[in-house]
Design a protein around this ligand. Structure first.
Ligand code: NDP
Length: 245
């Protein structure tokens, strides 16, 4: 059994990963996010798929370095050894040119997508020391490979994730820890609603006229990356909806 920690497990790709991993029957799941009620719903779904799946869920805001350190170091003894970290918590907020961008939106994106990922990774690495099969999955994006109009700060944060993924691979090579970036194009989740501050009409319009990826599409790729033989590491995977330019 491998123990997996998923950040941002309360919706979208993170929740889909939890369900996909639960159905594999070879993973124990540590699930965190800010919305604990959503994690409770997810735990109930996991119980239906695999009643034997061991799950521990807890509240965590990845932007708060102290909270990350305290919460992770106070996990119950049976959850202190981690094999897999899925750095998934992230968001895009606002969709404006730099000259009118909202500073609060910028802070939330940088604090979550970049600093939050660093805080969690730094705290989890000592917890991976005893693992024979350690692996970090970083959720990047096509926005970490390209820049599009009004994508400015979100694209910058995902370019940072791209750089950090490469940096982790170099730094962790001597420890034998695998590192993989999964970089999706458009995935239908709560992402758009968060981007447009809850404006559902604007959010839904994003998916009009194309079939986006689903959270499950991404979760399946993550399970695939995690299940490669010991000598195989997938460094970087770019996956797009077939019709997205
Ligand atoms: P969702 O909005 O559905 O999920 C985002 C998750 O991140 C939620 O579970 C949310 O939980 C969590 N989260 C946000 N802020 C924090 C925080 N401060 N602390 C802890 N958890 C937090 O979007 P997706 O599933 O689509 O996004 C998952 C990842 O995939 C993100 O990194 C995103 O950038 C990336 N991505 C998404 C794409 C898309 O088109 N959807 C495309 C490419 C990449 P809660 O609010 O409960 O804390």
């Amino acid at each position: 059994m491998r123990t997996v920690l998923i950040t941002g497990a309360s919706s979208g790709i993170g929740a889909a990963c939890a369900l996909e991993l639960a159905s594999e029957k070879t993973y124990r799941l540590l699930l965190c996010a800010r919305r604990i009620d959503r994690l409770d719903d997810l735990c109930r779904q996991i119980q239906q798929i695999n009643p034997a799946c061991e799950v521990h869920r807890f509240k965590l805001d990845v932007r708060n370095a102290d909270e990350v350190a305290t919460t992770l170091s106070n996990l119950p003894a049976e959850w202190k050894n981690i094999d897999v970290l899925i750095n998934n918590a992230g968001l895009s907020q606002g969709f404006d040119p730099i000259q009118t961008g909202d500073i609060g939106d910028w802070d939330r994106m940088i604090d979550t997508n970049v600093k939050g990922l660093l805080y969690v990774t730094r705290q989890v690495l000592p917890m991976m020391e005893g693992s024979k099969n350690a692996h970090i999955i970083n959720l990047g994006s096509i926005a970490g490979k390209e820049v599009y109009p009004n994508g400015n700060v979100y694209c910058a944060t995902k370019h940072a994730v791209d750089a950090l993924n490469k940096a982790m691979r170099i730094d962790l090579l001597p420890k034998g820890i695998k590192v993989t970036a999964i970089n999706p194009g458009m995935v239908e989740t709560e992402f758009s609603e968060v981007r447009f501050h809850g404006d559902k009409q604007r959010a839904d319009a994003v998916y009009e006229g194309l079939t986006p990826l689903s959270g499950k599409d991404i979760a399946e790729l993550i399970v695939f990356a995690l299940s490669r033989p010991a000598h195989v590491n997938i460094n970087d995977l770019l996956v797009m909806p077939t019709v997205q330019a």
